[in-house]
Design a protein around this ligand. Sequence first.
Ligand code: NAD
Ligand code: UDP
Ligand code: UDP
Length: 325
Amino acid sequence: MPRLADSRKRILVTGGAGFLGSHLVDRLLERGHEVLCADNLFTGTKRNIEHLHGNPRFEFLRHDVTFPLYVEVDEIYNLACPASPVHYQHDPVQTTKTSVHGAINLLGLAKRLRCKIFQASTSEVYGDPEIHPQPETYWGRVNPVGRRACYDEGKRCAETLFFDYHRQHALEIRVARIFNTYGPRMHHADGRVVSNFIMQALRNEPITIYGDGKQTRSFCYVDDMIDGFLKLMENEDGLSGPVNLGNPDEFTIRELAERIIALTGSRSDIVMRELPEDDPKQRQPDISLARKRLRWEPSTRLEDGLKPTIRFFEDWISEMTGAAH
Ligand code: NAD
Ligand code: UDP
Ligand code: UDP
């Protein structure tokens, strides 16, 4: 429902040209807010926000969050950070800088403006967990010198900064620990399991399962995730987080491959590849806190979310093939 004009806010979304960010921007605009999207387009694309061209309540700023940002806004969502291993390992030093320097700059901005700030944290703060599912009280098991550390430790340090600005400067913060999310506008070449499997299935290429395929993940559809962001940000009963947001329905990677093959009617075979270093064996959110305090839980079943995601990739492939001819 669009909000009344007097509750209209000017909201900064960093990483707003990315997968989750662009969906968040759409929802904030639908609610009648003004949105300033700041993004350096490292993994995001203008294509994700091109439908907003000409919208007087939308503004795009090409900006790298590792540099200071002086703007005037009422609220901040900090999503800027490459999210998939192939992207965040491409320039690991920049990844840590994006999380840490980015958090410092945006917290400094929020402190000057005395405005509420949301951090997109991650289930990766739990690393390769020894307890299952993971509640927010679990401190995690992260290898600080491995290839995933630039992302995991960067996000952990960003959480530290958020809670210290909260305690030291009485800043109002919201920290969401996001578990694997999928949907339209995912990057086709981000190397993540949902995009890889769908692209492979649509092209009838072999589906690459890493390891034995018995490792599990829990996949949340993007619309449910954005509902969770908004509920957490708008919650006024003192919940700063961290709060797990994700879909607790757990699937093995092999099951995911089989479902995608069935839904696409693909002729792809399954092939096994080596498991990457520090690949978590199990991941499932414990969302009791979000259920209780935010009255939030995902409602989209895997099949129902995979269908629009598959359509998105089909369109993308046909557009690219059309462009090549
Ligand atoms: P994405 O890569 O599509 O979006 C990230 C956006 O940040 C991109 O538009 C990118 O260009 C931008 N960006 C990267 N570095 C930047 C910098 N230095 N300055 C400005 N912009 C920069 O990824 P996503 O899946 O939309 O993830 C959004 C946020 O959610 C990230 O912070 C990510 O860590 C977090 N998250 C996502 C998932 C998921 O499953 N998608 C899971 C856990 C956490
Ligand atoms: N900052 C910013 N925009 C602002 C205010 C601050 O980008 O409107 C950045 C600035 O680079 C600063 C950082 O945020 O270094 C942290 O700000 P804070 O006030 O916490 O620290 P200080 O300025 O004292 O180092
Ligand atoms: N994976 C896979 N084949 C692929 C891509 C990923 O089997 O083509 C596996 C990967 O090893 C991991 C799981 O799928 O066990 C999820 O990987 P993704 O990179 O999507 O997310 P994350 O590991 O960050 O949860």
